[in-house]
Design a protein around this ligand. Structure first.
Ligand code: PMT
Length: 401
């Protein structure tokens, strides 16, 4: 889910080799439906021309404080007032120093000083500049004053050094901006989400698992975080980047997932179990790699704990939301799980449908409630579905209290 659709954004671009990445950021913002106005410092225009930003934003690019035509048409105060968020990417040590020192000597610094919108700064500079105590002090001062930062990343820098100082990936800046504009309706809630598959080891090199990518659970975690909740993500092995600003507990097996969930359950108001947990594990795990011997190999499996069932049996469980991935009789099977596990809601997905279920970026779900209500949903991104699930969780919490 992005909260940038229809928003007026001011993108400040300052002079650094990373300017080309803010072109990509602009593309992401406009694709999400934002109305972006770009302000470039003089130094930024040395790296990429204003025409590039103008073409992609479909808005005039502003570069000068005392440009009579631009001032008449829009003016820096109007820019500052209209912006719902101000992004500065890349932000040099110079601009950060100026903002921290209260200097307003060009269009960008003047606009930043005049705005009441949240300001998100994405620094990019040489590693030694980034470590410089003067820079650190400026950043700390701005953080204290309520400015937001997307930390620079580590890697090879344009100046030839290796280290910290690379502009964060445009997707990260985009995500953070979206999070800053999200409603904080889940503030005060602690939401535990399980994601991904479990792995049940047979020996040191082999395991039993499934096709869950973790995308559904991670989308829920990010969206819940954006909406103000404290998020605990208990994740099986996935290839996904851990979302920032959440508490991540990595697990492998169903038993480890169970222990992780129960170690946190007391502080949770909601638990959403999007993980695909293995129902069985090998009865014996060999400490050595199992050798190829006869024609057949028979495995004995034993039952794993059913985490949701155990949660549903608690005296006062948190709000419980489960998932059901079904290949047949979707409604009947999902309803049986809703009842047997004592859930408040279950998200049923028919994994035979194109675009639904495992390892896709989309899903087609049906939400089933304790009172028998069924809410069918169309094909949508897992991020959008996460937002709807959290809307419903919020409503169920209200009813419950
Ligand atoms: O990760 P993705 O690639 O994005 O795919 C998402 C998904 C398809 C994995 C997800 O949307 C989903 O449907 N997850 C549940 C998968 C499933 O097979 O559930 P189940 O029918 O086996 O279990 C029902 C519920 O009980 C689930 O919430 C499950 O987490 C929970 N469970 C199951 C077994 C077990 N031992 N303990 C449990 O807690």
């Amino acid at each position: 889910m992005t909260y940038l659709n229809g928003k007026t954004i001011l993108l400040g671009v300052t002079g650094g080799i990373a300017v080309y990445k803010s072109v990509e950021l602009l593309r992401l913002l406009t694709k999400a439906g934002a109305n972006v106005h770009v302000v470039m410092t003089k130094a930024a225009t040395e790296f990429v021309t204003p025409l590039t930003f103008q073409t992609l934003s479909c808005n005039p690019v502003h570069t000068e404080l005392f440009n009579l035509i631009q001032e008449q048409e829009i003016g820096h105060i109007s820019l500052a007032d209209r912006a719902e968020i101000v992004l500065i990417a890349p932000a040099t040590a110079n601009i950060i120093g100026k903002i921290a020192g209260g200097i307003a000597d060009d269009l960008l610094t003047t606009t930043i000083m005049a705005t009441k919108a949240p300001v998100l700064i994405a620094p990019a500079m040489n590693v030694n500049m980034y470590q410089n105590p003067i820079y650190k002090e400026n950043e700390a001062r701005l953080r204290e004053l309520g400015y937001h930062f997307v930390d620079a990343e580590t890697g090879s820098l344009a100046c030839g050094w290796e280290g910290n100082g690379r502009l964060a990936k445009p997707e990260r800046i985009f995500d953070r901006a979206s999070a800053l504009l999200a409603p904080s309706d889940l503030k005060g809630e602690t939401i535990l989400i399980t994601a991904g598959p479990t792995r049940e080891e047979l020996d040191p090199v082999r395991y039993i698992s499934n096709h869950s990518s973790g995308k559904m659970g991670y989308a829920l975690a990010k969206t819940a975080r954006d909406r103000g909740a404290r998020v605990i993500l208990v994740s099986g092995p996935t290839c996904l980047e851990p979302p920032l600003g959440i508490e991540l507990i990595n697990v492998e097996s169903a038993c480890q997932m169970r222990d992780a969930v129960f170690s946190m359950v007391e502080s949770c108001t909601v638990i959403i179990k999007a993980a695909a947990v293995a129902d069985y594990r090998p009865a014996l795990r060999s400490n050595e790699k199992i050798k190829k011997r006869g024609k057949n190999l028979t495995l004995e499996l034993e039952k794993n704990p059913d985490i949701l069932t155990e949660l549903g049996q608690m005296k006062k469980p948190p709000l419980l939301i489960g998932f059901a991935a079904e290949t047949n009789d979707l409604q009947t099977n999902a309803t049986a799980k809703l009842t047997a596990k004592n859930l408040d809601m279950i998200v049923a997905n028919d994994i035979n449908q194109e675009g639904a279920g495992f390892n896709t970026s989309t899903n087609i779900a049906r939400l089933l409630y304790r009172n028998g209500t069924v809410e069918p949903l169309e094909l949508m991104s897992k991020t959008r579905l996460a937002d709807i699930i959290l809307d419903r969780a919020g409503a169920l919490l209200k009813d419950k209290r």
